[in-house]
Ligand binder design. Structure first.
Ligand code: C2O
Ligand code: CU
Length: 541
């Protein structure tokens, strides 16, 4: 395996979109940031220099970092921020990941502009489990605010309600033809008739699950979250923030220009209802159409369409790509993931429901970040930073998905609690969505692991009946999964990566409201079952 080195410089960079200028945080002046290329099993070393005026941390989303949480990146969970004028050398330890992942800032809302793709190719002697494509194209879905994202966040935290929705959606940093002052920079891919292309798509959105389509073409999904899937022929894709989807496009239509486009899937609340476009342009001589036709999308709130796509994902489950779902489960966890409210500091003056302010919780605990990192406190035995008692179940059972009466269901508690797992324990975790304040999907993401998605359904999880229908044969291996609105999702993993690992909803507004928790996976016996020591340049708290 090779060692690859990159240098990241965080800078304030001027940008123009939608006929307006602003200055924003970027890596190396690029937006989206630089794509990192590596092969399976490589070690990538990135020296991150903070040349801006804002704290930063960088997370390598989907990289397991075996026994090495020190470079994982979530602020105040595994590290303190890299302060302006300082640097931190991060080690991205690749192991079994192969496919598309990404990296992003994990400090307040700075990931809106500080992000990029991480492409992990097979080892030199290996091929893809599909015919070699003619070319590979990263596609990063994102969103744009005309105002400074830091201000959007601060205003949102102050007013206690929903954040302002974005002003544009983006494909590879460009809004596309349908927005003002954007047409000439629309992202374009040139294809040759008869050839097949691999698209590596990342949803880097702050707050939206997306529908993606290409006009006139079906695509074949072949991977998600750096793990291959059985091929799925489909005319649309659903992709959660945090998730990646790899798909093949065969250029098999009349040579012409066609739109690729993305819009929001939103099951509740206000959202940006604009459409971002890019162009697939066939090479050759033809008269291009004077205007392009948008593909027809599912409705914005088409939960069934969103779920139907996700439910098709299956592991290859072949001899070369075997499935290792734990079957003897030692730890059963049931996490109710819920929105809620707390009283407004100034009575009735907040923009949340009934003049209160929004919070969100897992099993009634709403995450408050500590001032030093949980990882440092764990490693150095510093007490008073977190508590060891994150609940395995909600405080009391109730009907999670009935029409909840606002305010009656439960009172959220603030806390910095961790759930401690023994090394090699086999975990089944059921996420249960609730309808407190109205149901909404939650794309849940676990650091340090991938997990098998063994089941999912609508309504309340039934612990005697639902496990009978689990897929233990070819469940998809993911690290971000959208728990459906008013439904549940069951995942399994083996806790064989000692360290401190964050788990949270990948909607930025929900994590800001506290929808996250931390696992500590203890060391096992033997040298290879123990966390490695910290690097000397770990940022100071
Ligand atoms: Cu993609 Cu904790 O993040
Ligand atoms: Cu959420």
């Amino acid at each position: 395996a090779a060692v690859r080195r990159y240098k990241f410089e965080l800078r304030n960079t001027p940008y123009t979109r939608l006929c307006a200028n602003k200055t924003m945080l970027t890596i190396n002046g690029q937006f989206p940031g630089p794509t990192i290329y590596a092969r399976k099993g490589d070690l990538v070393i990135v020296n991150v220099h903070n040349l801006a005026d804002h704290n930063i941390t960088i997370h390598w989303h989907g990289v397991k970092q075996p026994r090495y949480p020190w470079s994982d990146g979530p602020e105040y969970i595994t590290q303190c921020p890299i302060r302006p004028g300082t640097n931190f050398t991060q080690r991205i330890v690749l192991s079994d990941e192969e496919g598309t992942l990404w990296w992003h800032a994990h400090s307040e809302w700075s990931r809106a502009t500080v992000l990029g793709a991480l492409v992990i190719l097979p080892q030199k002697r290996d091929d893809y489990p599909f015919p070699k494509p003619q070319a590979e194209v990263p596609i990063i879905l994102g969103e744009w605010w005309k105002s400074d994202v830091q201000q959007v966040m601060e205003e949102f935290l102050r007013n206690g309600g929903d954040p302002n929705v974005s002003d544009a959606l983006l494909i590879n940093g460009q809004p596309g033809d349908l927005y003002p002052c954007s047409r000439q920079d629309t992202f374009k891919v040139t294809v040759e008739y008869g050839k097949t292309y691999l698209f590596r798509m990342v949803n880097s959105m702050m707050n939206n699950i997306m529908f993606f389509k290409i006009a006139n073409h079906n695509v074949t999904v072949v991977g998600s979250d750096a793990s291959y899937t059985k091929p799925i022929n489909t005319d649309y894709i659903t992709i959660s923030p945090g998730q990646t989807i790899d798909f093949l496009l065969e250029a098999n239509q009349n040579p012409s220009r066609y739109y690729m486009a993305a819009r929001v899937y939103a099951s509740a609340g206000s959202f940006d209802n604009t459409t971002t476009t890019g162009i697939i342009e066939y090479a050759g001589n033809y008269t291009p159409p004077s205007s392009l036709v948008l593909p027809t999308f599912p409705d914005f709130n088409d939960t069934a369409a969103s779920i139907a796509f996700t439910n098709q994902l299956r592991s290859l489950a072949s001899r070369r790509y075997p499935v290792n779902v734990p079957t003897n489960i030692t730890d059963i966890l049931f996490f109710a993931i819920s929105l809620g409210t707390v009283p407004c500091p100034i009575l009735d003056q907040c923009a949340g429901p009934a003049g209160n302010r929004f919070r969100a919780s897992v099993n009634n605990v709403s995450l408050v970040l500590p001032r030093t990192s949980v990882l440092q406190a764990y490693y150095k035995n510093i007490s008073g930073v977190y508590e060891n008692d994150f609940p395995d179940d909600p405080p009391f059972p109730y009907n999670y998905t009935r029409d909840a009466v606002f305010g009656l269901d439960w009172a959220i508690e603030n806390g910095t609690d961790v759930n401690v797992l023994d090394y090699n324990s086999t975990v089944e975790l059921v996420f249960q969505g609730t309808s407190i304040l109205g149901g909404v999907d939650h794309p849940m993401h676990l650091h340090g692991y991938s997990f098998y998605v063994v089941g999912s359904g609508l309504g309340n999880f039934n612990k005697t009946r639902d496990p009978l229908n689990y897929n233990l044969v070819d469940p998809p291996l993911m690290e971000t999964i959208a728990v459906p609105k008013n439904g549940w999702t069951a995942i399994r993993f083996r806790a064989d990566n000692p360290g401190v690992w964050f788990m949270h909803c990948h909607f930025e507004r929900h994590i800001s409201w506290g929808m996250g928790m931390t696992f500590i996976v203890k060391n096992g016996r033997g040298q290879n079952a123990k966390m490695l020591p910290p690097p000397p340049d770990m940022p100071k708290c």
